[in-house]
Design a protein around this ligand. Structure first.
Ligand code: C5P
Length: 305
């Protein structure tokens, strides 16, 4: 995608805005989909990860086609030149693909074991891991003031989301055993490290080369699909053979899959036109925004000291 500087600034803020909306709705819908009581088996999380990858690759292919003025020939030529004839460049994407696949599966583990609020609090640690990887891998320098802002942001968001004794949380938490919470928290902590590393690695690749962000995403998606598929067959192979990959899917499952795929596209644009640290601020903003909406509009949230 070639964008002039003015367009880039628009894309930067528009993508950050969309990311705020997408993050808020994905967390809530995913948690809802994992707790929804329905007859029959619950959908396989590993299968939802694979479905989202397929959808993302399809969307990226349409975007590459658009970049080539809807010429299939042009697209074929581009893919041959940039993907097939540059195996080493393509192979570089296997690293973030493997890590993101693990992370996307961990997310389901976390939200199957933790309530949405606790999950959000713990996942904010990725702001710090991202900053640390940005400094070590991209050579970015942060002033003392910026480091303090990051710490303050993390502490602030954590406090805003800290589970209180209000009914909703305690009732739900009573049901969750300590063991299950431990599994959930460990899954989030691993996801924080993976999110920081994979995000910065992808940013490095995007900013050091001139390839289209959508071609890069197709390269990423190819590996993610393979890893995700192997993961699904290893962990849920038995279930897949018995009842198929799409067992237990319902409307909410498809909403989660679409939101996950849209998230991947938005994250790629944010990483290209802004950076991973700003991305952290945007997702935090989504928590603060939903808290404010809860308090002023929905009136279902009473802030404590
Ligand atoms: O929480 P975090 O921001 O690290 O999540 C990033 C998400 O975006 C992951 O689900 C990852 O699979 C997705 N992604 C993507 N394409 C990219 C970069 C990230 O689909 N180029």
């Amino acid at each position: 995608m070639v964008a002039d500087p003015v367009n880039s600034v628009h894309l930067k803020y528009a993508s950050l805005g969309v990311l705020v909306l997408q993050t808020t709705s994905l967390v809530l819908t995913m948690r809802y989909s994992r707790t929804l009581k329905e007859d029959g088996p619950r959908y396989l999380a590993s299968s939802a990860v694979v479905s989202a990858e397929v959808l993302k690759m399809f969307a990226c292919s349409v975007l590459v086609l658009m970049e080539n003025n809807f010429s299939l020939q042009g697209m074929k030529r581009l893919m041959k030149e940039q993907v097939v004839k540059k195996p080493m460049e393509t192979l570089k994407l296997a690293v973030p693909a493997g890590i993101y696949t693990l992370q996307n599966n961990l997310l389901y583990v976390a939200l199957s074991n933790l309530d949405a609020a606790t999950y959000q609090v713990t996942y904010q640690l990725k702001i710090l891991t991202t900053a640390l990887f940005s400094v070590s891998m991209l050579g970015r320098r942060l002033s003392l003031f910026q480091w303090l802002s990051l710490l303050l942001l993390m502490a602030g968001v954590t406090l805003v989301q800290w589970p209180t004794d209000s009914e909703g949380n305690t009732e739900e938490q009573k049901v969750l055993t300590a063991g299950s919470r431990f599994v959930g928290v460990m899954a989030v902590l691993m996801a924080c490290i993976s999110s920081g590393f994979a995000g910065v690695y992808f940013e490095k690749i995007l900013k050091e080369t001139k390839q289209s962000v959508w071609v890069r995403n197709i390269q990423l998606g190819l590996f993610s699909f393979v890893f995700g598929f192997v993961g699904m067959m290893v962990y849920d192979g038995h279930g897949v053979w018995q009842a198929g990959m799409f067992q237990g899917y319902n409307f909410v499952t498809w909403v989660v899959v679409v939101l996950q795929a849209v998230g991947g596209l938005v994250v790629a644009v944010v990483i290209k036109y802004a950076d991973n640290i700003l991305k952290g601020f945007a997702t935090s903003l989504s928590i603060i925004a939903s808290t404010l909406i809860s308090y002023f509009l929905l009136e279902d949230f009473n802030p404590t000291g």
